[in-house]
Design a protein around this ligand. Structure first.
Ligand SMILES: Cc1ncc(COP(=O)(O)O)c(C=O)c1O
Length: 465
């Protein structure tokens, strides 16, 4: 069934305006433009899961600001927090001075954290991007341990500033920056479908843990004691790859036994996205530090590092920055954290996510271009493959990046925004807001199924997006 987006001519925006804006931005913005390349739309309004373009077309947004919009666009509690704060006359910019909004945000955030972590935690407000909180975490642990190196995983994504980029897995973004990956030891993440050991499943995850432990203990293994290990409990940009809980517990044991601080990057997994408020809750591990951003700001930019007080050996000003006191973001963040907790939206993400994943699994048995369906909660990945290609040792067929681009474009034609991720950008990622309704979830899957079916039909001539 083909589902077309509703056309709603918007008289505020005359026809042709969108094209003119797109053209000017193409001409003036850097060649590093990212999402604007894949989605040639000009959003004019947004509410909940729906974005409306200046041309009046409507889209279901399954990208949600790369996982930022836990409550979707312009949620009433977020708008109310903005209006209340603005009309109170509170200063919008305060460096890192104490404010009631910061105090309330800290209370609200700590109330969501596992008490085993929160009870002895310190918070540092960072520059307003996940990548700055990652940098802060590295500096904190390097200062505390007096060591330099980092342990990071294949498929990881931690951001674009120097340290975070070094810890990330993507070769294409690192290659043009000479020397960027110095001092990072790369370890195999348990990616079951394309297992680095060619084994898959729990066996592959066990091998990853064994390899890590033996490498760290090998006096000739080449790894000097590192300052920290950083990992994502579910890799986001890496293609919605969840690590088994047992593997996470092994990483916690291995690092604790060797006095290596464990940093868990919850920038994308946090605030209910994976079906628990924080992804560490599934395995029960207590990290030494957690990096948080995206959804904690309730649509506005905010990033924090929370860590065990024992590591608090920083000198004043050790990780400073001008924009660490965004009053509005703290107010919208507080409102969002409290709303997600009060409405049980993490549990809702687990339920809807399980339903969506089950339906996608069914689709996988019908459509041979779907190689793998995976994820946790509302962080779902659909890996597309070449069904004619030779399977590898684990049965995975070759990546299908062109097909994935065609599916993304066909989804957009059907009024659905989905982004790609994972190796060779072959995985369609679904990151809907936690407030997605059952009807919206069905509409997302109808449109995605229709897009994949159309693009893989023999007569399809191709959208070379
Ligand atoms: C797990 C993870 N860490 C860090 C970052 C970097 O965050 P930012 O883009 O806000 O710098 C991202 C962004 O996608 C992320 O997914």
């Amino acid at each position: 069934m083909t589902v077309h987006p509703t056309d709603h001519p918007n008289l505020d925006h005359p026809p042709g305006k969108a094209d003119a804006i797109l053209q000017r931005q193409r001409a003036r913005e850097s060649s590093a433009r990212t999402y604007a390349r894949s989605f040639p739309i000009v959003p004019a309004r947004a509410q909940g899961m729906t974005i409306e373009g200046t041309d009046g077309r409507r889209y279901l947004d399954c990208l949600s600001g790369a996982g930022t919009l836990a409550l979707g666009h312009n949620h009433p509690v977020v708008l109310e927090a903005i209006q209340r704060t603005v009309s109170s006359g509170a200063p919008l910019h305060v460096l890192d001075l104490a404010t009631p909004e910061k105090d309330e945000f800290t209370d609200a955030l700590f109330a969501t954290l596992p008490s085993s972590f929160a009870d002895k935690a310190r918070i540092h407000f960072c520059g307003p991007a996940g990548t700055d909180a990652v940098e802060a975490a590295f500096k904190l642990m390097q200062t505390a341990t007096g060591r330099r190196g980092l342990l990071a995983f294949t498929g990881a994504y931690h951001g674009m500033t120097a340290g975070a980029l070094a810890a990330s897995g993507g070769v294409t973004t690192k290659q043009p920056v000479p020397g960027i990956a110095a001092d990072v030891t790369r370890l195999p993440y348990p990616y079951s479908y394309r297992c680095p050991f060619g084994v898959g499943g729990e066996g592959g995850a066990q091998l990853s843990a064994q390899y890590t432990e033996r490498l760290l203990d090998d006096p000739n293994g080449g790894v000097v004691p590192p300052a920290a290990m950083i990992l994502e409990a579910v890799q986001g940009e890496g293609g919605a790859v969840p690590a088994p809980d047992a593997w996470l517990r092994e990483m916690r044991r291995i690092t604790a036994e060797r006095e290596i601080p464990l940093i868990v990057d919850e920038v994308q997994t946090g605030v209910g996205r994976t079906g628990a408020f924080w992804a560490v809750e599934h395995s029960g591990i207590v990290p030494d530090a957690m990096v948080m951003s995206k959804a904690i700001g309730g649509s506005l930019p905010l990033a924090v590092l929370v860590y065990h007080e024992d590591y608090d050996g920083w000198l004043p000003g050790a990780h400073t920055g001008t924009f660490r006191g965004n009053t509005l973001a703290m107010a919208t963040g507080t409102a969002t954290l409290q709303h997600v907790a009060k409405e049980g939206l993490a549990e809702r993400a687990a339920t809807v996510g399980a339903r969506m994943t089950a339906r996608l699994e069914g689709l996988r048995t019908e459509l041979p271009t779907i190689g793998d369906v995976r994820g946790r909660g509302l962080m779902i990945g659909v890996e597309l493959v070449d069904p004619e290609g030779e399977p590898d040792a684990c049965g995975a067929r070759p990546f299908a990046p062109q097909l994935a681009r065609q599916v993304r474009a066909a989804c957009l034609d059907r009024g659905l925004i989905v982004e790609l991720g994972g190796r060779h950008d072959s995985t369609v990622r679904l990151l809907p807001p936690l407030v997605i309704t059952d009807e919206q979830a069905d509409a997302v899957l109808d449109r995605l199924a229709d897009a994949i079916t159309t693009v893989t039909a023999p007569q399809f001539t191709g959208v070379q997006a």
